[in-house]
Design a protein around this ligand. Structure first.
Ligand SMILES: Nc1nc2c(c(=O)[nH]1)N[C@H]1C(S)=C(S)[C@@H](COP(=O)(O)OP(=O)(O)OC[C@H]3O[C@@H](n4cnc5c(=O)[nH]c(N)nc54)[C@H](O)[C@@H]3O)O[C@H]1N2
Ligand SMILES: Nc1nc2c(c(=O)[nH]1)N[C@H]1C(S)=C(S)[C@@H](COP(=O)(O)OP(=O)(O)OC[C@H]3O[C@@H](n4cnc5c(=O)[nH]c(N)nc54)[C@H](O)[C@@H]3O)O[C@H]1N2
Ligand SMILES: [Mo]
Length: 766
């Protein structure tokens, strides 16, 4: 019998062994609440969806480098590794030689896999930096708007806003959690880099046992765990700012707001109050006004405002709220509401951004640095906000605004991606398909034949973590894991590091890329950072071989001292915020001076630019994170596939909306709007508000006809329907969370989903 060996993933630490060709997985014994996503892993070892050999798009191979318009429509030719690597090296040499690094887009956004060394983003960025640099992307699809607005209001993202409130404090002190966008337990299943203990359910359960009250504001009932009996206030998507303003208005009219806190810790409250009370625009933002917009009754809003002022209240705002039109506003207004309650910096009270969206947020910080593979330096200044990729490819030289800058899109000739899936993560896939036909060459390293791989010219098969050794460690997790290789590489797959090393060798850059080290030597070298810090602080500091032998290492954590919010509250002159005023900016002179029409100097209500008024697309579609996988990863895995109905992604529809359209539970439906259409399987559910449907992201995009200009996805990928527009000129963040659609029963002949089947190569077809 093979022994179980330690390993790790973004959704949990585990151990595994190969027995009779089957991969067996056991959750880490120290994890109190392991994630069901572990059930997707075994398929990695044998799935026909894996990329087994290098492959080149037929048109690129024959007509190179033209023929880009066939991308996504063409067949692939399997080639040997030396042939593929020669092509990649020659093409990189040509483009860098002719146009320099500003013609290469290496943003390569994506979660890739856990592991500190074989982290695909670090690998590709280091590789492209060795070649002279690349056009990069800034910010994330997760928090595009928040990560730009928060620095103006509270100081650097992920310091004050996410490091001030811990689960321990909530369990100990919070009386009321007001969760905008809920706090779905399924989201806390994951954390980038790994999570050895899932604590959220237990900690919230502890708070509940002490008598804490949870209020979930969301179009979906199950955005808070059912066992916590959260009160559900069903809201019309995209209207939270109106509700927050309504709450703020009640606080002021009943004198429940904390004037002393506002005076001492904030700037610009008066100008905001002029707007709130209607002195500046003639419209007081009363509870009645708010009720008319957000669909929650005025009396409920009044009671809620009074309750928040009476209790130790924590306000949380989920990422999802800002992944929408004017996404900066709910993040900012949530902070203002918390400031008006005056509890920022009190134990278990105040504000926490996106608490619960990732499993390690709210845990205590490690006391030692983690191993980090250097990406080296990128000399290129050009960048795009990450979700502006299609705009960039479609409009070279085009102008755009971003956070006070007037910028131009670079002219990209070559796109290189490793560890991300833009045909999962980006909006308006039909537009993205058009954008992906523009560059001369697209190179992708993938573990599986995702839709992104199917839109590339050169596809290089990458190993998964199961096929290599690595070090597992993540922010705010106290366990470092020796991630041991569990299976041999599938097919001819190679590690990203080895692929980049071989291309670098062909371009005369092998030594700069590798620094003369093998993967194994890098692991020992990177571990040394943490070991030295451990030894320096007098902690258990084993050498690398001992760590590897033991399989894991417990890391010390810093004590919970209330974080920067507590220090700020103690004395704002001693611990000021890193904002222009040193205080919470309810009014930002900086933003005001940008003069944007879609983000003013203080938070405001802007009606979404959705086609809601349009009778053609009357239903809101919530496109949220899937409970059955991480994004699109391992959609071919057993757990993800067990949730499909007739191989389609399930869509939840309120029974009243379904009945009005003659749709029954289990029916295949067609969703459509002006951008595209997709099939999905209807699940009738009272847990979605009437007028709202929910289709999770992550089903691999499969067009019915890959030659069609406007494709229908037969599998159920909501990004065929979402809009590709920025949140505002300030952040230009992704707005993919909500869109508007119509739905009908699908009566045609049901096309089979083939995306997880083995790819048919050009050689086999002739
Ligand atoms: N409509 C809508 N769209 C959304 C969202 C939404 O709420 N609504 N959410 C957005 C958010 S928050 C995010 S973060 C994005 C996520 O978007 P992504 O991070 O792009 O999604 P993943 O599916 O995690 O893609 C990771 C890819 O890396 C590959 N991979 C894994 N390990 C390795 C490796 O070692 N080497 C290589 N070369 N490849 C590897 C996997 O096979 C997978 O295809 O989606 C965004 N898109
Ligand atoms: N299982 C699993 N967990 C994940 C991920 C995954 O792919 N799978 N992805 C991870 C990543 S990368 C990220 S960034 C986070 C994302 O964290 P979030 O963005 O917070 O997660 P979502 O599930 O997209 O959205 C949470 C809920 O917000 C609600 N919502 C949508 N629009 C509105 C609105 O206008 N108002 C209100 N009040 N509520 C609204 C929806 O009902 C939705 O279920 O999740 C992480 N966790
Ligand atoms: Mo994300």
């Amino acid at each position: 019998m093979n022994a179980f060996k330690p390993h790790s993933s973004h959704w949990g630490a585990f151990s595994g062994r190969l027995e009779d060709g089957r991969l067996e997985i056991l959750p880490h014994p120290g994890d109190p609440d392991p994630s069901p996503l572990l059930g997707n892993i075994p398929a990695v070892a044998h799935s026909p969806a894996r990329v087994r050999r290098p492959a080149i798009r037929r048109g690129w191979l024959e007509g190179k480098p033209g023929n880009a318009g066939q991308r996504g429509r063409d067949d692939y030719v399997e080639v040997s590794w030396p042939e593929a690597l020669d092509h990649v090296a020659r093409e990189l040499g040509r483009i860098y030689g002719e146009s320099g690094p500003t013609a290469v887009f290496g943003g390569s956004y994506g979660w890739s896999s856990a592991g500190r060394f074989h982290h695909a983003q670090s690998q590709i960025h280091r590789f492209l930096n060795v070649l002279g640099g690349y056009v990069r992307s800034v910010n994330t699809y997760s928090s595009g708007a928040a990560s730009v607005i928060i620095p103006h209001v509270l100081g650097p993202y992920d310091t004050f806003d996410r490091k001030s409130v811990t689960w321990d404090a909530i369990e100990r002190s919070t009386e009321l959690v007001l969760a905008f966008g809920g706090m779905a337990i399924k989201n806390a299943d994951v954390h980038g880099g790994g999570i050895s203990k899932h604590v959220v359910r237990g900690k919230l359960g502890g708070a509940k046992a002490r008598g804490a009250r949870f209020i979930s504001i969301s179009p979906l009932k199950d955005d808070f765990s059912g066992e916590l009996d959260a009160e559900w206030l069903p809201i019309i998507p995209g209207t939270d700012v109106a509700l927050m303003l309504g709450l703020a208005h009640v606080l002021v009219s009943e004198n429940l707001h904390d004037r002393a806190f506002l005076d001492r810790y904030t700037v610009g409250y008066e100008r905001f109050e002029d707007y709130l009370l209607g002195r500046s625009d003639g419209q007081p933002k009363t509870a009645d006004w708010a009720a008319g917009i957000c669909g929650i009754g005025a009396d409920v809003i009044q009671d809620l405002a009074r309750a928040t002022a009476r209790a130790r209240t924590l306000i949380t705002v989920s990422h999802s709220l800002q992944r929408a039109d004017y996404g900066e506003q709910p993040v900012w207004m949530g902070i203002v509401l918390a400031a008006m309650l005056g509890q920022i910096g009190l134990d278990g009270g105040g504000y926490s951004y996106s608490l619960g969206a990732l499993g390690n947020i709210g845990k205590n910080q490690q006391a030692v640095p983690l191993p980090t593979f250097s990406q080296l330096r990128n000399p290129v200044g050009d960048y795009i906000p990450v979700a502006r990729i299609a705009d960039m490819l479609l409009n070279p030289g085009g102008a755009f605004d971003y956070n006070g800058h007037s910028l131009k899109y670079p002219d990209i000739r070559l796109v290189y991606w490793a560890g991300g899936n833009p045909f999962h993560h980006h909006q308006d896939i039909n537009r993205l398909r058009a954008a992906f036909r523009r560059p001369e060459t697209i190179i992708v390293h993938e573990t599986a034949w995702t839709s992104t791989a199917r839109h590339a010219d050169i596809v290089l098969p990458a190993t998964t973590t199961l096929e290599r050794d690595d070090i597992g460690a993540a922010d705010r997790d106290d366990l470092m894991i020796a991630m041991k290789k569990l299976i041999d590489p599938v097919g001819e797959a190679r590690d990203d590091y080895d692929i980049f090393s071989e291309i670098a060798r062909r371009l005369g850059k092998f030594d700069s890329f590798t620094e003369g080290k093998t993967s194994g030597e890098w692991l020992a070298f990177l571990f040394e950072t943490t070991r030295t810090a451990l030894a320096g602080a007098g902690h258990d500091a084993p050498d690398f071989e001992t760590f590897w032998e033991r399989g894991e290492l417990r890391l010390p954590v810093k004590p919970d001292e209330g974080g920067p919010a507590h220090a700020f509250r103690q004395d704002p002159s001693v611990a000021p915020l890193q904002t222009p005023s040193g205080r919470i900016e309810i009014f930002s002179e900086t933003i005001d001076e940008f003069g944007y029409d879609d983000c003013h100097g203080h938070p405001k209500w802007y009606p979404a630019r959705l086609e809601t008024g349009e009778t053609r697309f009357p239903l809101h579609l919530v496109c949220n994170q899937p409970h059955q996988r991480l994004h699109s990863q391992l959609d071919y895995g057993d757990f993800s596939r067990s949730t499909k109905i007739r191989d389609r992604e399930p869509i939840r529809i309120n029974p009243a909306d379904a009945e009005a359209r003659g749709i029954a539970d289990g029916d295949i439906v067609r969703l459509f709007n002006s951008r595209g259409s997709c099939l999905a399987a209807a699940v009738l559910s009272e847990s979605v508000k009437k007028g709202v449907m929910q289709l999770a992201t992550g089903a691999w995009f499969e067009p019915e006809d890959r030659t069609a200009e406007t494709a229908m996805c037969i599998h159920g990928n909501p990004n065929i329907l979402t809009r590709d527009v920025g949140t505002s000129k300030l952040a230009q963040g992704c707005t993919g969370q909500i869109t508007t659609v119509e739905v009908e029963r699908f009566t045609g002949e049901l096309p089979p989903v083939r995306i997880f089947e083995r790819m048919m190569f050009a050689q086999e077809k002739t």
